[in-house]
Write a protein that binds this ligand. Structure first.
Ligand code: GLU
Length: 268
């Protein structure tokens, strides 16, 4: 299979649509990002790698970080994680307050990630440091870090996530101080990675035959498959069904413009 040509053809095919869409300007720092950047990287479980354009340019991973946080939460809490976090796709906006209120504080997507942030803060002495160590170990890049100007910019305008945090606290779903939980959540989202780094990081989820043990976070093959299931059903906001219908791969996108997809045991 000529994967290199496939990647180049994909680029040509999508170029006419590049003018559609816009940066997520509700996070002011993201509104400054050049919307014409494009990179793609394909990594096979056999180790081969193909890329095109700016595969080494880092960008804000935003919600893609939720997969890493979920993996940590599942490693630390096992199945009891699901007592606090819903497995169902939201079917509505990822940051819907209505749904959270209706379900009495048991969260789905954004709210779910805020609850996972709270769990990590309760379980780990240095959750922020350990989150970075985990992402660095998965991607083999030691200089991956939080972009504080993106995190603070989101914090400044993060009224909706703050409302979610307050509603969760009201329902007793989060234990730690709301500000601390939100700041950790915004920091996770602010992590910057390139397509190449993301594809290496997600290879661990694509290749569930390989032992999953990174920076002290270990998952069984079955847990890795469960994470893929959540990506399949919840990875693409209220369009998860659409993505499953047309693409059929588990994955995760983020408002920073990144999309990751996995073909289990084949590639990412
Ligand atoms: N930090 C963003 C938010 O909470 C992430 C959204 C996303 O990428 O879906 O609004």
């Amino acid at each position: 299979m000529d994967y290199q040509k496939i990647l180049e053809d994909i680029y040509k095919e999508i170029l006419p649509f590049a003018c559609e869409g816009a940066q997520a300007d509700y996070i002011p720092a993201l509104a400054q990002i050049n919307p014409d950047q494009f990179g793609i990287c394909l990594k096979l479980v056999s180790g081969e790698e193909y890329s095109h354009m700016q595969a080494d340019t880092r960008f804000s991973i935003q919600s893609i970080a939720k997969v890493f946080a979920l993996a940590m939460g599942l490693a630390l809490k096992g199945e009891s994680l699901w007592d606090k976090v819903g497995k169902e796709p939201s079917g509505t906006a990822f940051n819907s307050l209505v749904q959270l209120e209706f379900e009495k504080g048991k969260p789905r997507i954004n709210a779910g990630a805020i609850v996972v942030a709270d769990i990590l803060l309760s379980e780990l002495e240095d959750a922020e440091g350990e989150f970075l160590s985990f992402v660095r170990a998965l991607s083999g890049s030691d200089d991956i870090g939080y972009n504080m100007s993106v995190a603070l910019s989101e914090r400044e305008k993060g009224y909706l996530n703050a409302a979610i945090g307050n509603l969760l606290k009201y329902h007793g779903t989060i234990n730690n101080d709301i500000e601390r939980v939100l700041m950790f959540y915004f920091k996770m989202c602010s992590v910057e990675m390139s397509c190449r780094e993301l594809s290496l990081a997600f290879l661990a989820f694509a290749n569930h035959r390989r032992k999953f043990d990174y920076a002290g976070i270990s998952l069984t093959a079955s847990q890795v498959k469960r994470i893929n299931a959540i990506m399949q059903t919840c990875g693409f906001y209220d369009e998860a069904g659409e993505f499953a219908y047309f693409v059929g791969l588990p994955g995760k996108s983020g408002v920073g413009g990144g999309i990751v997809a996995i073909h289990p045991l084949q590639y990412v």
